[in-house]
Design a protein around this ligand. Structure first.
Ligand SMILES: Nc1ncnc2c1ncn2[C@@H]1O[C@H](COP(=O)(O)OP(=O)(O)OP(=O)(O)O)[C@@H](O)[C@H]1O
Ligand SMILES: [Mg+2]
Length: 332
């Protein structure tokens, strides 16, 4: 059996995982900052919500930073929308929409330390126009704010959040966002902005404190994109890859020999029951073949792999989120 084959189906229909895919998130939960990216639509937000829920169940205080205004995180916690102020979505699990205007204004308040000055500056249309035009500033507003929250310390000396998870933009834009601190360090004059970028960059590159989580599907195109993404993280940015999450994995119904025999057969065109059953079997075997191959490729990326099951009903509410969360294992 390969690392990624499932055994028999239990009565609830969920896959039985082979022992070699531990699905452990212990190594993730100890890091202060997680940057989650991957191809558009593969389930990044669903995975972020599941990881956050698992860590919160473990007793950690978790902040999820959402970068997309078209987010679907709020729905998973039974809310209409995600506010731009940090809000508790479920016990110990906090969420915030990282709106660039709001984040820049907050940043200004930290730096300028004067409400009046901040209002005069950031409520000015011309200044706002300038910020929107400045390359990388919007990305830094989101990334820098998420990072800042991962460094906050309460009066009793404990961290405000044990883990900050950034639900980052998809691959290309996600990489652009990760390039910004480096660009600020290289191009900006000494000052608060550069010092913060240096601190953030040092933290992002430290595998004890931070990590990138790449979400993929066990399909050809998403797997290709994930491999390229991981290569850029490794060779260009030198950022630690903390885990590869393979989302929407289906249980294997066929043994390897059956899969090989079925997957490449032409689908019968007849409409009788036997032909329809054979066509369905061929499609399923083909899907499983691609899944096994993709999962094996993704396993070579040199990071622990986490597999999450395909849920026929999708992941659009708290019940489905619960099922995804239950697939993540914690030993401690
Ligand atoms: N394990 C799963 N099983 C079935 N459906 C899933 C699973 N995970 C996610 N989905 C579905 O896939 C769709 C995309 O999920 P999600 O919004 O989490 O992806 P995303 O990568 O964050 O998308 P975007 O790139 O638009 O931000 C949603 O309809 C969600 O319900
Ligand atoms: Mg999303």
């Amino acid at each position: 059996m390969t690392a990624l084959e499932f055994g028999s189906l239990p009565s609830n229909g969920s896959p039985v995982r082979s022992d070699s895919v531990a699905n452990s998130v212990d190594d993730l939960s100890t890091r202060r900052f997680l940057f989650v990216t991957g191809k558009g639509g593969v389930g990044k937000t669903s995975v972020v919500a599941a990881l956050a829920s698992r860590f919160a169940q473990q007793g950690k205080r978790v902040l999820v930073g959402e970068t997309s205004p078209k987010e679907h995180l709020s729905a998973l916690f039974g809310r209409a929308a995600l506010p731009t102020q940090i809000t508790e979505l479920s016990p110990r699990l906090f969420g915030v929409l990282l709106d660039a205007d709001v984040a820049l204004k907050e940043y200004g308040a930290l730096v300028l330390k004067s409400e009046r000055l901040v209002g005069a500056l950031f409520d000015n249309k011309l200044v706002r126009g300038f910020f929107h035009g400045a390359p990388g500033l919007k990305e830094w507003a989101a990334l820098g704010k998420a990072w800042y929250h991962s460094t906050e310390i309460l009066a009793d000396g404990s961290p405000r959040f044990d883990v900050v998870i950034l639900d980052a933009p998809a691959t290309g834009h996600g990489l652009d966002m990760l390039r910004v601190p480096k660009t600020i360090i290289e191009l900006s004059a000494p000052g608060v902005l550069r010092t913060d970028a240096e601190r953030a960059w040092a933290q992002f590159r430290d595998p004890v404190q931070s990590g990138v989580v790449v979400v993929s599907l066990a399909e050809e195109m998403p797997a290709n994109e994930s491999v390229e993404l991981c290569s850029a993280l490794d060779t260009e940015l030198h950022l630690p890859l903390a885990a590869v999450v393979v989302n929407q994995v289906v249980p294997l119904l066929f043994a390897a020999a059956e899969r090989a025999a079925l997957a490449d057969l032409p689908e019968p065109q007849e409409q009788d029951a036997a032909a329809l059953a054979l066509a369905a079997g061929i499609r399923r075997a083909a899907r499983e073949k691609v899944q096994v191959e993709s999962v094996a490729r993704l396993a070579q990326l040199g990071a622990p792999q986490i597999q999450l099951p395909f849920l026929a009903e999708g992941v659009s509410n708290a019940a489905a989120l619960g099922k995804l969360t239950a697939a993540l294992n914690l030993a401690r």
